[in-house]
Ligand binder design. Structure first.
Ligand SMILES: [Mg+2]
Length: 259
């Protein structure tokens, strides 16, 4: 694939009058063929991990969430209800509970991450379909997560897709400054040395796509019912909305209409 670094971004509606008119009727009406319209020049695919590489319906993150609650309760010597309020307030204020715990209580991040990710990943089933879809998708594949690399590896191994991914950029790589802080995106791009204008990012938390779009990445929001995940999902920084990662990727890989 020839990559022209100076090619203008094509994904914004202003690039095309017809698309702009269609977008005025419906924000996403312009996307009739997502592969041709948005992804033809994408050579780097950046995936979030939790509730993205596997569907949220498996509730794996619930296990992490409970362990975070237990950690906070033990740390502060409070009951689970009080711990949960602290957990969620830090999460909302800082992007991860860990960030709040580090800033307010000097928590050792490695000890925290080891504890909260010590979960049984068996509730996520292997996904031969995702494996096949990733195999047919050209380009580099990366994971960009607010969790730990060990957690990402365990989940990817369970899904049977680990061999497709060149690397994981985790919360330690981010200096514990989580998505959606823009500097973390810059660090991730620098680590893997790719052109963000030829990259796509796929995420279940809509707000995490805003900094990706700001540096030129094409953004894909995996629609979900989580209040936190949906926040900001009507933003112009979302290029495409999908409901099923595997089905969408399979369509990209074989050229069939997707999403
Ligand atoms: Mg996620």
């Amino acid at each position: 694939m020839i990559k022209n670094l100076f090619m203008p971004r094509r994904r914004r509606p202003a690039a095309n009058g017809l698309a702009r008119a269609a977008a005025a009727l419906h924000p996403r009406a312009m996307i009739s063929d997502p592969r041709a319209a948005l992804f033809a020049d994408v050579d780097t695919w950046v995936f979030d991990l939790d509730n993205t590489l596997y569907p949220a319906r498996y509730n794996l993150f619930e296990l992490v969430d409970r362990k975070i609650g237990a950690f906070v309760a033990a740390l502060l010597g409070v009951d689970r209800g009080a711990a949960r309020r602290v957990q969620k307030s830090y999460f909302r204020e800082h992007g991860t509970t860990l960030r709040g715990l580090m800033l307010n209580h000097g928590v050792d991040p490695q000890a925290f991450l080891e504890f909260v990710h010590d979960i049984d990943v068996a509730r996520v089933p292997p996904s031969p379909d995702l494996d096949a879809a990733l195999a047919r998708l050209d380009g580099r594949k990366l994971v960009f997560t607010n969790a730990s690399t060990r957690h990402a590896e365990r989940v990817m191994e369970r899904l049977g897709v680990a061999h497709h991914f060149e690397g994981v950029f985790d919360i330690a790589d981010a200096g514990y400054v989580p998505k959606p802080h823009p500097e973390t995106y810059a660090a991730m791009v620098a680590r893997f040395a790719f052109d963000p204008r030829a990259a796509a990012m796929i995420e279940d938390i809509a707000r995490n796509l805003e900094p990706a779009a700001a540096i030129g990445m094409t953004t894909v929001w995996l629609r979900n019912d989580s209040e936190w995940g949906r926040e900001g999902s009507d933003g112009a920084y979302i290029d495409l909305v999908i409901d099923d990662l595997t089905g969408w990727l399979a369509g990209l890989g074989d050229g069939a209409p997707a999403a």
